[in-house]
Design a protein around this ligand. Structure first.
Ligand code: NDP
Length: 406
């Protein structure tokens, strides 16, 4: 599509921001029940689309039947060429039975968190896909590797660098593959943007701006409680949404940053007594480039990247949505647009492609697109962002450009 460029505002935070950490351990008067002590079943979320079935080759067990698992991942199996759904793991056996019967699974392929390790004896299960609250990813990944299975793990990979390393070590020990569920790596618009950036279409990339916001802290929804509980989430909007900006900036710049600076915007609401609401950060690159990003739980949903070079810019908006992502190549007043179709089952291809990618990589003997090392690098950068926000000082992240070496 061709058209005139109309400038679009970028909401970067200004001088009113203050360096401040989100307080920990404050009162729990958030207007919803206290957090569960450990693992537990959650209510059945709304199913937004009809569920679909279809036997395929490579068997996945899905661990944690929450919104993302039920609404995005389970329906995506219908579009897979190499992957199939074979087992469910849940703290809510009634929900697991309902979903199991919708997907035609045997009762014997439904597990609880307690008997999960028995999955080792199930030859139908090739891989375990962990879609639990962030802090539970590492332990379940290690248990899955001990059971002799490959692991797909949702983002963020874990809540600490130590846990990421533990997962990587367990994968190596088990001689199994570990892949992080970075679905955007399989979105055609993301890949189009990266190829445009690397083709020199905008000249040398110099500045990235990225905002990733959503009203993800809705206290009327009991299933969002864990996102506000540090022990389960590991952090607030940065862990949940800002991670897209951290990972995406690295790919758009084709480089890892050598320094980060960050600020957390104070939000006095008791909802944010344990984790941050709004955070803004800046990354400096050895090449002279810079990236700045924000994430927030209290502004209207935005997912946007802008990559600026000397010859033009790439505006990705929406950037990381489940469907209808769009990229504009903006040069000398003209705009070229590529987009994915709105809300069709075909537009779920990023999920199906991600599910298929693991068996394809294993078959070919190639490394997966989103490795454990990849996931760990983002968690390491997120920890550096938090450190800078809490200390008010820049944090060196010059751990070498490891991405080029793996
Ligand atoms: P939900 O709260 O909707 O689901 C989490 C599920 O985890 C629950 O339904 C429950 O399943 C299980 N669970 C086990 N223990 C607990 C506990 N103590 N508290 C709460 N839930 C528990 O979360 P989401 O599905 O939105 O997110 C899950 C993971 O997926 C997160 O890591 C998130 O970052 C990631 N995600 C990734 C997205 C992407 O686009 N790649 C999008 C959305 C989320 P059960 O009832 O079956 O036991």
């Amino acid at each position: 599509m061709h058209g005139r460029f109309s400038a679009e505002g970028h909401s970067l935070h200004g001088a009113t921001l203050m360096a401040n950490g989100a307080g920990e351990g404050a009162a729990q008067s958030m207007g919803f029940p206290p957090p569960p002590a450990g693992l537990g079943g959650r209510p059945f979320p709304n199913v937004l689309r009809p569920l679909a079935t279809g036997p395929r080759k490579f068997g996945y067990a899905i661990v944690g039947l929450g919104k993302y698992a039920i609404n995005q991942i389970l329906p995506a199996f219908a579009e897979c060429q190499h992957a199939r759904l074979v087992a469910l793991v849940s703290g809510d056996q009634e929900k697991a039975r309902r979903l199991g019967s919708q997907y035609g699974l045997e009762e014997s392929n439904l597990y609880s968190y307690e008997n999960f390790d028995q999955i080792a004896k199930n030859p139908d299960v090739d891989a375990v896909y962990i879609i639990l609250p962030n802090a539970l990813h590492a332990d379940f990944a290690v248990r899955a590797f001990k059971a002799g299975k490959h692991v797909m793990c949702e983002k963020p990979m874990a809540t600490s660098v130590e846990d990421c390393q533990r997962m990587i070590d367990a994968a190596k020990h088990a001689k199994k593959e570990l892949m992080v569920g970075y679905r955007c790596h399989f979105d055609p618009i993301t890949n189009k943007t990266i190829s445009l950036a690397r083709s020199g279409a905008i000249g040398k990339p110099q500045i990235v701006t990225t905002d990733n916001n959503d009203l993800g802290a809705d206290t009327t929804d009991p299933t969002t409680h864990w996102r506000l509980t540090r022990a389960l989430s590991g952090g607030g909007s940065l862990m949940d949404l800002g991670i897209y900006g951290v990972n995406g900036a690295r790919y758009l710049m084709d480089e890892d940053p050598v320094e980060v600076r960050a600020m957390i915007v104070p939000n006095p609401s008791p909802r944010f007594s344990q984790v941050e609401d709004t955070i803004t950060w800046m990354m400096r690159y050895r090449s002279g480039g810079v990236a700045h990003g924000s994430s927030s739980f209290t502004t209207h949903a935005v997912t946007r990247f802008c990559l600026q070079g000397e010859k033009g810019s790439l505006l990705l908006d929406p950037a990381t949505s489940y469907w209808s992502n769009r990229v504009n190549l903006i040069k000398t007043g003209d705009i070229h647009t590529w987009s994915t179709p709105m809300f069709t089952i075909e537009a779920l291809n990023q999920f199906s492609a991600q599910l298929d990618h693991l068996p394809i990589s294993l078959e070919k003997g190639t490394r997966v697109a989103a490795t454990g090392e990849e996931g760990m690098q983002d968690v390491r950068l997120i920890q550096a962002i938090y450190e800078s926000a809490h200390t008010g000082r820049p944090v060196a992240t010059d751990w070498s450009d490891w991405r080029k070496t793996i």
